[in-house]
Design a protein around this ligand. Structure first.
Ligand code: SAM
Ligand code: SF4
Length: 331
């Protein structure tokens, strides 16, 4: 079978996909209330993609125009070969950005070796800056260590550091001042993500979901202005302020037109290709990740599957697709 050498990942709505989110494991050591409230349950297939499979996958995506790969999970840094994964992705010339999303566990101890291996972008999830609340939300009393790890990361050669916080009614929706203080003198982008409903978290969602408009109002009232987006920048809206080194980002999946700027695709830790976090199906491509000789077939398959990508998710109809929680596919 042949493939068009200039084939790119573009869907029927003209959206380009330079960004792959690759889950390395669905195992996690935290028990965030909205994601894995009872901690990780070892019921799933735990034969996660091998380094070789990751190499074949990442190379095929790179040849189809992907320039950014985010390693995620579960908690991706729990993989014993996490540093090898970074090195491997780094060795693919067309991949310019290698990012990780982590809960920050042992960040300070490990971040130097990740950066040495080639990591360029770091996202750490910190849903509250109140130590007690952090403990109750995640099951880990580690906020101080994580914040120390972030400060240490700022001294390294990373291109961008982001702090992710899921917007939670009455938990952090009155703590914006604390986040603002954090970024006065730190060049960090704080991303507030609207809580998304998943298969497992309906009661939690009903109790804690609040529209990101509450944060937008706060930012406008305090002199923050929306930054103009370029076409490739994805669904987050950025806010800046002259007195602050850091910025705010708002990800509001329930907002109108959110999916218009979708620029990402996902592959689960067991090799299922997901066109949308809230799709009704994952497509197994693992059998095509076994050798270099399958590269053309793999690329053709990815392009063919992309034609099935829908224009939007169906969260507004309370349809969360097959995603029980975000750790299962890779948030
Ligand atoms: N364990 C890593 C972490 O927490 O950063 C990476 C995986 S986690 C699934 C990726 C991101 O998804 C985290 O920032 C987390 O807060 C976010 N997330 C998880 N469940 C969510 C939900 N229901 N709605 C919105 N964001 C969610
Ligand atoms: Fe683990 Fe991340 Fe889910 Fe929290 S959000 S339980 S850290 S996968």
């Amino acid at each position: 079978m042949t493939t068009n050498h200039s084939a790119q990942l573009i869907d029927q709505y003209g959206r380009h996909f330079p960004y792959l989110r690759l889950s390395l494991t669905d195992v996690c050591n935290f028990s965030c209330d909205y994601c894995l409230p009872n901690g990780y349950q070892c019921t799933n297939d735990r034969s996660f993609l091998s380094l070789n499979e990751v190499k074949h996958l990442a190379t095929a995506f790179a040849e189809l125009g992907t320039s950014k790969i985010r390693l995620t999970g579960g908690e991706p840094t729990l993989r014993k070969d996490f540093i090898e994964c970074i090195k491997l992705v780094k060795s693919i010339k067309k991949i310019k950005q290698i990012a990780v999303t982590t809960n920050g566990y042992k960040l300070k101890k490990n971040i130097n070796s990740w950066v040495d291996a080639g990591l360029t972008h770091l996202n750490i999830s910190v849903d509250t800056l109140d130590p007690k609340l952090f403990y109750s939300l995640t099951g880990h009393n580690r906020l101080k260590e994580i914040l120390n790890g972030i400060d240490h990361s700022l001294t390294l050669s990373l291109q961008k550091i982001k702090l992710n916080a899921v917007l939670l009614k009455d938990i952090n929706s009155h703590q914006f001042d604390q986040y603002i203080d954090l970024i006065r003198n730190r060049p960090i982008s704080i991303r507030f993500i609207e809580l998304m409903q998943t298969g497992d978290n309906l009661d939690y969602f009903n109790k804690y979901h609040v529209s990101a408009q509450i944060l937008k109002n706060y930012l406008f009232q305090n002199g923050w202005t929306e930054k103009l987006k370029d076409k490739s920048s994805g669904p987050a809206v950025e806010y800046v302020h002259a007195d602050y080194q850091g910025s705010f980002g708002v990800i509001a999946p329930y907002s109108k037109d959110f999916c218009d700027t979708c620029n990402r695709l996902r592959v689960s830790s067991t090799g299922d290709f997901h066109l949308c976090l809230f799709g009704d199906k994952g497509y197994s491509i693992r059998h095509l990740l076994q050798s270099e000789g399958q590269r053309v077939e793999l690329k053709n398959k990815l392009c063919e599957l992309l034609t099935h990508k829908k224009k939007t998710h169906f969260l507004h109809d309370n349809n969360t697709g097959i995603t029980p929680n975000l750790s299962s596919i890779g948030g």
